[in-house]
Design a protein around this ligand. Sequence first.
Ligand SMILES: [Zn+2]
Length: 545
Amino acid sequence: MASTILTNGRIFTPSTGSEGYEFQQTMIISGDRIQYVGAPNHDAIQQAKDAGAHEVDLQNKVVAPSFIDSHMHIVDFALSRRKLSLLSCKSLDEIRQAIKAFAEANPKEPRIMCKSWVQSTTGGEALASMLDDLDPRPIYIHANDMHSGWCNTAALEELGAATMADPPGGTIHRDENGKPTGLLSEMAHIAVVPQFLISATPLEDKLSALDDAAAEYTAAGYSGMIDMGMEDTEWGVLKAWRERHGENFPFHIAAHWVIPPNDDMDVVFRHVDEAIARHREYHPATSPNFCIVGIKLMCDGVVDGCTAALTDPYQGRENPVDPIWPTDALQAVVKKADAAGLQIAIHAIGDKAVRDAIDALSLAQPGRRHRIEHLELTSPEDAKRLGQLGITASVQPVHSDPAIFRAWPGLIGEHRCSRAFAYREFLEGGAPVAFGTDSPTAEHLALPNLYNATTRRSAIEPECTETVNSHFGLPLAAAVSAATTGAAYSRWADSWTGCLKAGLSADFVVLDMDWKAESLLKAKVQQTWARGRKTFDASANDARL
Ligand SMILES: [Zn+2]
């Protein structure tokens, strides 16, 4: 079998020493496996050379396991690349101008699709009438946090919003006559709009958007992803995509099946049964590269939308926001899914939601690698309980960027801000930590994500020296591990990937970087390898499938 010897590198490997890691110089890969990692004077190297191995001089570059995005949304990411971004718009006027120009430049598009609306730029107002004169086509605007949507009248009509009941956990905002006004909040957006738009997009367009997305992910150094919002329509698209590429598919994908909240527990359990059936059909043991590993539950919203569940009210409000799932319903779902061997991932951002999520997961059997997503505000006690219960802290450092944190003090007060994104406590409490980006709510790039995690400075505004709770930052090696080994662990893939050691899948990334947190924004992905195959090479044009 053809082997490759990578020499003269800084190959990041775990060690039992005080640092917890060390750099090795040489790695041999054979077929899709790592055959050897260690010193350059080992017998294995001479043997590989004698057998005609190909040699690559790494010129002192860093080699790490390739990244695994442990919380993302692949189909949304793919489709969002073709949407107009409103992130830089600072007012309604700028939003309107941008949409008008985009509509004129794209006369053939059946719909005008926009993303990254920052709600505060319109004072939280989102009326269809503010958009209706711009273009007759349906206009869809996704909020930056993806938790709400703003539609013009044509889009509301296309969705059938007028005759739609508010789904549990969501609101279709209406006027005094009951007519939808344009804003869809939480589950009225999350469980309605993306699915509608995915169904409305022709399959060929979706597959080519996924190919573009794959090229972006491989160029960013990834070989794996964990999708946190799977449902029937999306799974069908991913299956078609994977079949098209066969064995050359450049990623392993594990997905969590979404269980929407519902007052009727029979409906909820039917969703769980469906997830159990999918898990058996696409089981991580028999289909590790394309599997359903568990379920996803949304326990609350986001701080910026004042929908994250907090123990105490938001500033200037009387009542606290409650979690989406009532305690007994959440616990019943956890017990059922756990008994069926599914992994459970719970979205919990506010401290109240986090507490409920931990309480519910404490009822599961030990060692099942259940996980909590986001963990943006946690009490010191709950930060410790994660490790005690073996719950994976699945966090997205990119969400802690100081440039998007500025509204927080006004919403929840400085005191509570001092508890935001307490990653270091999770790690020191012994919790497994996994990094993701939650793309497309944020950039999918792994290296800026590591920069946020370690320096706690802004990757969005690098010149800005503000930090968000810098004492909660992680050392660089711990951050790299969370983005690789920890992410693999979080989906039970650590026995075959996520670490550079003999016998594991040859999944790695070659990085042109100084090994310093402060330099991460200058670091570059040089090559990405998945299962012994080079899927991206910066020196060889692009990474198209
Ligand atoms: Zn997400």
